[in-house]
Structures are given as structure tokens and as C-alpha cells.
Design a protein around this ligand. Structure first.
Ligand code: T4K
Length: 401
């Protein structure tokens, strides 16, 4: 299964050696949970002939999520992106919305797709989430809202953002794609702002293959969202408003319920993995792992590493190139930053100048493999490789030219 540890730089796969892993080691392998329970649920769906349109599994999934978060309403949707789009429309966002550029591109695409101008804002270097001071600087008469992201499951500075939004009469929407199961001041994410949106994509801790959910404590908004995600239907042949198809299907909900049942085990494994990486990499020069507030609930579904080239000896992109050759498929999330992707690069060519932290993170960050398919032995090998690369950095740099 595994190649030998590296003794000299010629053992590196990039330089002709054998890869450390025979099979690719991914960052986001799905956590499956109890297969038998899942198969039983699939059988029930097939036997019942009820495949979608708010069937029993979707209702059960929504109720379970609601209890778990303590929020008043939870609306399951077919993916997180649609959940964000529905929320943006239902909240009546128009004109300009302040958003980070250091996020998965879906966050920003949602705004652009709906004809709203994304106003890119820099992030805090320690947490990688929106910097509230910079947010306040970007508010104009055209601003209708703030779309903040609890990146890596790390909560935003919610109190400060809430105060800024309240003072300026702005809506506050949280992209909580990474933050299901995380808490802020002891309260579950899902209870803040006007609404919060989770993703349950296959790569997330809890998954529904594709899926998401909108969570809110606003009754009127919830009612609006429920209609919107089902074409606006309020009865068999009555349509009350402009809607779309944002429904989750029964198979996805069954996966979600099964996945939720095993969530405590997933978190235990991810926490163990995170701590192993932390112990093994803590003393390595130029390596910093993103820290989580241990007083809060965290899921540790992302292990995020920042690499300082001047101390480590190699830059992030060289390390990624070497690790990929070893079949360790670390990812440069969220390189190159949304502002450097189309259409934003063309629309806002100079915006990078006011995003120094974002630009720096885009050069330094990589995420490491974790999840239930990643064992302590694999982590040991990966950490050994990181140590080896640091020790051999000058010679490797020379060979890479
Ligand atoms: N907001 C934020 C902040 C987000 O991060 C996301 C999604 C969204 C909004 C939108 O939510 P959704 O509409 O997706 O529900 C992946 C996911 O596709 C995406 O959902 C996620 N964020 C993003 C952070 O990661 P890619 O382009 O990196 O996917 P991909 O195919 O390269 O897969 C990632 C890793 O997982 C690879 O190493 C392969 C592995 N993998 C992937 C899949 C799909 C598997 O092992 N099995 C699988 O089935 O975006």
C-alpha cells in the first residue's frame, strides 16, 4: 500500500523515486457511515415509490437538523449554492453585497449570477474570515448586505458583523458551507444573521451526495424560502410567487440521516487526525496549522496549513508539486482567490491591491488529507515527508531549478 520513507532526494517520486502512496490520498474522501442502514433506507424509498418532493426522509432530515442546531427552521435544498441563491433572493439583496474573495467561488458566483455586484473584502489573517473593520470601510449607499463565510468551520466575528449590519440596515447572510456542527459562543452555527446556509456536498463531514440546507429563526423568511424552492407552489395548482426547483431528493436525505447518525465518530476521527498533524508539524520551521477555539464545538473537517517559504525552505507550490507526485493530493484551497477568477478578474482587475491578506493566504495555504479514510499511519508518513522536505530544502530547490 505504501512506498518506503524517503532517505535521499532521489527517492522523491518527482525526481524518479516510487510514490509514497500507491493510491491517491484525497483531502475530501466521503465519510459514508453505516452502509447497511443506508441500504435499508434506499430499499424503503424504492419500495414506497416516493422519490422526491418533500417525502418522509427529507422531513425527517429537516427535523433532525432543526433539533441539532436549535434553530426554528431548517429547509433542505439540492445543494449549498442553490441554498445561497434562494436566501439572497428571499432576503431581497440587490446592488452591492460585501463578500470575501478568500472562499470557494460558489459564494461569489451566487451574487454575480443574480445580477448583484460582489464587493470583495479582505479577511483576518488569524481566522481567514471577513475582517469587520474592512467591511465597515466598504459600505456605500448601494450596499444591501454582507455575505460572510465561516471558512473551514471557523466562525466569523459574528457579534461585530451583526453590529455593523444592524447599524447600517444591512442584511447579514452566512455561508456556513463548512460550519455544520460548529458553534460560536456556545450556540450552534445556524442561529446567526438573517439566515445561514450549509453544504452537504459529498466532501463535507456530513453529506447527502449533493445537498444543503438553509437555517433561519425568521418565520416569514422560512415560509418564503419553502415556497421558493418548490416553484412557488402553495397547493396542487396554486403558485404564490416566483420560485425555482431547489428540492432535495429522498436518496440524498437518507444519506444525510445515515451520515448524521455517524457524525460523532466522524468528528472523533477528524479531531484525532488534526491533533496528530499538529503534534508532528508544530516544531517544523515555517509551518503553521490553523488553530480552532477548543472551547467551541468544531468538526475539524479541514486541516489547513500555512507555509512560510523563508523559514521552510520551499514554497507552497513546490511542496504541492512534490506531494502530488507522492500521491498525496493536498489542495491549494482557495487559490488564486475569487478576485483572480473569471469574470471577476476582468471586472475588477485592480481589486487585489486592497486584499493583501487574501493575496498572502492564496500563496501560502494548502489543505491536508483527513476524514475517516485517513489513518494515523498515513498521517505519520505525510508528516515525515514534510520533515524530510524541510531538511533537504536547499538540495531539492537546486534540483527543481
Ligand atoms: N460555499 C463554500 C465556502 C463552499 O466551500 C462550497 C462548496 C459552497 C459554498 C457550495 O456548496 P455546494 O453547492 O457544493 O453544496 C469541493 C466541493 O465540490 C465543494 O462542494 C466544496 N465547497 C469545495 C470546498 O470542495 P472541488 O472542486 O475541490 O471538488 P473535487 O471534485 O476536486 O473534490 C475535492 C476532493 O474530494 C478531491 O480530492 C476528490 C475528493 N472526492 C470528491 C468527490 C466529489 C472524493 O473522494 N469523492 C467524491 O465523490 O470542490
Amino acid at each position: 500500500m505504501r512506498g518506503k520513507r524517503k532517505r535521499g532526494i532521489d527517492d522523491l517520486a518527482l525526481l524518479g523515486g516510487t510514490p509514497l502512496f500507491v493510491q491517491p490520498v484525497h483531502v475530501g474522501r466521503p465519510n459514508i457511515g453505516n452502509r447497511r442502514a443506508l441500504q435499508r433506507r434506499f430499499k424503503r424509498i424504492l419500495d414506497s415509490g416516493w422519490l422526491t418532493n418533500r417525502g418522509p426522509f427529507v422531513r425527517e432530515f429537516e427535523e433532525t437538523l432543526q433539533k441539532f442546531t436549535g434553530a426554528r427552521h431548517c429547509i433542505a435544498v439540492c445543494n449549498g449554492t442553490i441554498g445561497l441563491e434562494l436566501s439572497v433572493r428571499a432576503l431581497g439583496l440587490v446592488g452591492e453585497v460585501i463578500v470575501p474573495a478568500f472562499t470557494f467561488v460558489a459564494t461569489v458566483h451566487v451574487l454575480q449570477w443574480l445580477g448583484i455586484t460582489p464587493v470583495f473584502c479582505d479577511v483576518d489573517p488569524a481566522t481567514h474570515t471577513l475582517d469587520p473593520e474592512r467591511v465597515a470601510d466598504l459600505i456605500t449607499p448601494r450596499t444591501s448586505g454582507i455575505m460572510a463565510v465561516h471558512l473551514w468551520g471557523q466562525p466569523c466575528q459574528i457579534e461585530r458583523l451583526t453590529a455593523i449590519a444592524g447599524k447600517s440596515g444591512l442584511k447579514l447572510l452566512f455561508d456556513a458551507a463548512h460550519a455544520f456542527g460548529c458553534s460560536y459562543s456556545g450556540k450552534m452555527i445556524g442561529n446567526f444573521g438573517d439566515a445561514e446556509v450549509y453544504s452537504f456536498h459529498a466532501t463535507k463531514l456530513v453529506n447527502t451526495f449533493e445537498g444543503g440546507a438553509i437555517v433561519t429563526n425568521n418565520d416569514e423568511l422560512a415560509e418564503h424560502l419553502r415556497l421558493m424552492k418548490n416553484f412557488g407552489f402553495s397547493g396542487y395548482d396554486q403558485v404564490d410567487l416566483l420560485g425555482i426547483n431547489g428540492k432535495m431528493n429522498e436518496f440524498s436525505a437518507a444519506m444525510g440521516i445515515t451520515s448524521l447518525e455517524s457524525m460523532p465518530e466522524f468528528v472523533t476521527v477528524c479531531r484525532r487526525n488534526y491533533r496528530l498533524y499538529r503534534e508532528r508539524l508544530a516544531a517544523l520551521p515555517g509551518v503553521r496549522l490553523l488553530a480552532f477555539d477548543e472551547r467551541e464545538q468544531n468538526t475539524y473537517q479541514y486541516v489547513v496549513l500555512e507555509l512560510e517559504e523563508s523559514e521552510y525552505g520551499l514554497n507552497r507550490d513546490q511542496v504541492v508539486q512534490i506531494l502530488h507526485a507522492e500521491n498525496v493530493l493536498v489542495r491549494r484551497y482557495f487559490y488564486p482567490g475569487c478576485h483572480r477568477m473569471e469574470p471577476y478578474r476582468r471586472l475588477f482587475p485592480d481589486v487585489g491591491a486592497r486584499l493583501p491578506v487574501t493575496e498572502r493566504l492564496c500563496r501560502r495555504v494548502l489543505t491536508l488529507p483527513t476524514g475517516t479514510t485517513v489513518s494515523p499511519g498515513m498521517i505519520e508518513k505525510i508528516c515525515e515527508l514534510f520533515e524530510f522536505l524541510q531538511q533537504q530544502a536547499p538540495a531539492i530547490r537546486q534540483r527543481l531549478g
